[in-house]
Design a protein around this ligand. Structure first.
Ligand code: SF4
Ligand code: SF4
Length: 665
């Protein structure tokens, strides 16, 4: 390198690094605009997640094409050291990493040589896929092609430079670099000039790439790994508890009202579209597309942060001032904002969060925007008015008289805890569907029979039982949910309840996961967990009464939210002579929602394609005699789906508890 080249590079390098650091600082300042939250707990678990999912790309490689990304990522990681050497050698021409133990340096160059070829191959595969086999959930953005051509340019320049230097005999590690060495055979006249040209192409692309990242869809190169570190520690994240204070604004109507981790989420999105492919709303042509919501959040954040920083320096790493003016609305503005319809389309099924390779939390953001619409604006779908009133006044969604809560138990032997200070080991928390819905009541009765057969000490709260508040919380009516939760907890504490059984995954997750935000920790079991244990312990002995093909549908709030997959399947095997239930393509953690979660149970589903019908048809395609469910909401949706698909004559829907109760007779 000539002295002039050296000076020129130092100037360009310094400018590029200063510009890059300035941008990184601005990004950090933008993230800090969000509301405070402690995500520096559980450091070991966070570091483990970062290694496994950030560096190990565990979620990325779950998809077939993900391995291509894995190779690209590790190609870049390998080349990072070599590029570090390259840049320093541009400033200090004598600098080299050859001070490393000799074979180690050779091995590094060997890895760089091979990985550069691998990365080039991956770029070709990515271009071919995007051009000819592009899945619907990937947008045809020119930005992706531009980035891929920069990556290819970088690799070609690496080989061009190395081949010329090898031909000139100045590349000491040439013997370690088979691809470069082979290419050196093609170098003709002017090897020295070409070596310099390739060197400069490599240098310019590298520094340009670094500075283009913050402005491109590849911002995730900088933010994805931190996002894996700062991911939610809950299996599927729920909303944080609100503090109801005077003059506080509830929910989120401005992007900076999200937590800082949400703002980091917006920047970490890789735009891979996996959330869109998994989302039941997007799959049935609703307005909601989770990828779009995250993208809109990102664009909205960048637009608004500019106006905030215009009035306040970016070097203040602090949350945005409350009540600051926003240049762009977050909800129902233009393309940079989230449509109201999209906010109400969500079933909070968690499928998006389950597949997201960088742990973005879509559902809590949507629920927080619902909180604003419900509590600040009173703007929500009309059919929710009745639900909210009924829940608040009568503590059940239907508005049935609370005195009717025990009507299901007429003629049954049901111990009620409120009678004469009676105590029991387990509270059977029946839930509103189990108490009031005529179909779900049969599940309650079946569960009662199982409990009586098991010899367990159990009881119900009778008319003292209240709604758990699941739908209200998911629909953003946090104030009424808070009141309900407090009242329920007071009743539980009055009777010294420690262990709770539920037949409803929505009650289950609310009592188990949401109520912990109120400082209580009940030992909650879903009936599938309890029944499976009772069978294993020999306390109940089901006979093989389940004949014909059975398909099991995973409830989102049981599976994805609480990792209960194997228990219902084991129970079904016990009732069918060891035959495992048939599985739909979308099962287990990839299960497709029935459409009832997130309060959607109480809302009309518009459009030609219905979530509940899509799921019912998916089950029917397997020609089952029985579709087994483990949730009263799934029961309702499947009953409707089977009816609308005109399959009621051939398929019956049963809860797992009903199947077991029959097998005990
Ligand atoms: S939670 Fe479910 S319905 Fe809501 S955005 Fe995610 S995948 Fe779609
Ligand atoms: S939110 Fe996650 S799954 Fe969805 S496009 Fe972004 S990175 Fe992919």
């Amino acid at each position: 390198m000539s002295p002039i080249e050296n000076i020129l590079f130092v100037i360009i390098f310094t400018g590029a690094i200063v510009f890059f650091l300035k941008n990184v600082f601005r990004l950090v300042a933008t993230i800090c605009l969000g509301r405070p939250e402690n995500r520096f707990d559980h450091l070991w678990s966070r570091a483990g997640a970062m290694l496994a999912y950030g560096f190990g790309q565990l979620r990325v490689i779950k998809e077939k094409f993900g391995f291509n990304h894995f190779l690209l990522f590790w190609g870049f990681m390998t080349l990072a050291l070599v590029n570090f050497e390259f840049l320093l050698a541009g400033i200090f021409p004598r600098f080299s990493l050859d001070f490393l133990w000799n074979p180690l340096y050779g091995l590094l160059m060997f890895a760089a040589d091979i990985m550069s070829l691998v990365v080039l191959g991956c770029v070709v595969v990515a271009v071919v896929r995007r051009t000819f086999f592009r899945p619907a959930h990937i947008d045809p953005t020119p930005d992706a092609y531009f980035i891929l051509s920069l990556v290819a340019g970088l690799m070609i320049a690496f080989f061009g430079m190395g081949a010329c230097e090898a031909q000139l005999g100045v590349l000491e590690t040439a013997s370690w670099m088979p691809v470069t060495k082979m290419l050196s055979g093609f170098v003709g006249e002017g090897a020295h000039t070409w070596a310099r040209i390739w060197w400069w192409i490599h240098a310019v692309i590298l520094l340009f790439f670094l500075n283009y990242l913050p402005y491109s869809k590849h911002l995730h190169v900088l933010t994805a790994i931190p996002n894996c570190f700062f991911r939610s520690q809950n299996l599927v994240s729920t909303v944080p508890r609100l503090k109801f204070k005077k003059n506080e604004e509830f929910g989120v109507s401005q992007v900076v009202q999200f937590r800082w981790s949400d703002l980091l989420d917006f920047m970490a999105c890789t735009e891979c579209g996996r959330c869109q492919a998994a989302c039941p709303a997007a799959n049935t042509d609703k307005t909601l597309n989770p990828k779009e919501v995250i993208h809109q959040g990102k664009v909205n954040l960048f637009t608004n942060s500019k106006s905030i920083f215009a009035n306040r320096p970016a070097d203040m790493l602090a949350p945005a001032p409350r009540g600051c003016t926003m240049a762009q609305k977050l909800i129902n503005g233009n393309d940079e904002s989230v449509a109201v319809d999209a906010i109400w389309d969500c079933t909070t099924c968690g499928a998006c969060m389950q597949v997201c390779p960088v742990f973005i939390e879509h559902a809590p953001k949507i629920v927080q925007m619902r909180q604003h619409l419900v509590m600040e604006k009173s703007e929500f779908p009309e059919e929710l008015i009745l639900l909210f009133e009924n829940s608040e006044q009568r503590s059940n969604p239907w508005g049935i008289a609370p005195t009717d809560r025990m009507k299901w138990s007429v003629d049954l032997d049901v111990p009620v805890l409120s009678d004469d200070g009676r105590k029991a080991d387990y509270l059977f928390y029946v839930g509103c569907a189990g108490a009031f819905d005529s179909r779900a009541r049969k599940i309650t009765v079946a569960m009662t029979e199982i409990l009586n057969a098991s010899g367990l000490s159990w009881g119900v709260l009778g008319t003292e039982e209240l709604c758990c508040g699941d739908s209200l919380r998911r629909l953003g009516n946090e104030y009424v949910f808070e009141e309900m939760a407090k009242k329920n907890i007071a009743v539980f504490q009055k009777y010294g309840i420690k262990k709770v059984i539920t037949i409803c995954p929505h009650c289950y997750t609310t009592l188990k996961n949401d109520y912990t935000q109120f400082g209580v920790d009940f030992d909650v079991v879903h009936h599938t967990e309890l029944i499976n244990d009772l069978i294993k312990q020999g306390k109940i002995k089901p006979k093989s009464t389940l004949s014909g093909k059975t398909v099991f549908h995973d409830s989102c709030y049981l599976g994805r939210y609480n990792n209960i997959y194997k228990q219902p399947r084991e129970i079904l095997k016990s009732c069918s002579g060891g035959a495992a239930p048939a599985e739909m393509d979308r099962c287990g953690e990839n299960s497709f929602c029935c459409g009832a979660g997130g309060g959607r149970m109480w809302m009309e589903e518009f459009g030609d394609k219905k979530i509940y019908l899509e799921r019912a048809k998916e089950a029917i395609r397997l020609h089952p005699e029985t579709v087994a469910v483990a949730c009263p909401y799934c029961m309702t949706m499947f009953e409707d789906g089977i009816k609308d698909a005109k399959a009621s004559d051939t398929v019956v829907i049963k809860d797992v508890a009903e199947i077991v109760a029959e097998s005990l007779k």
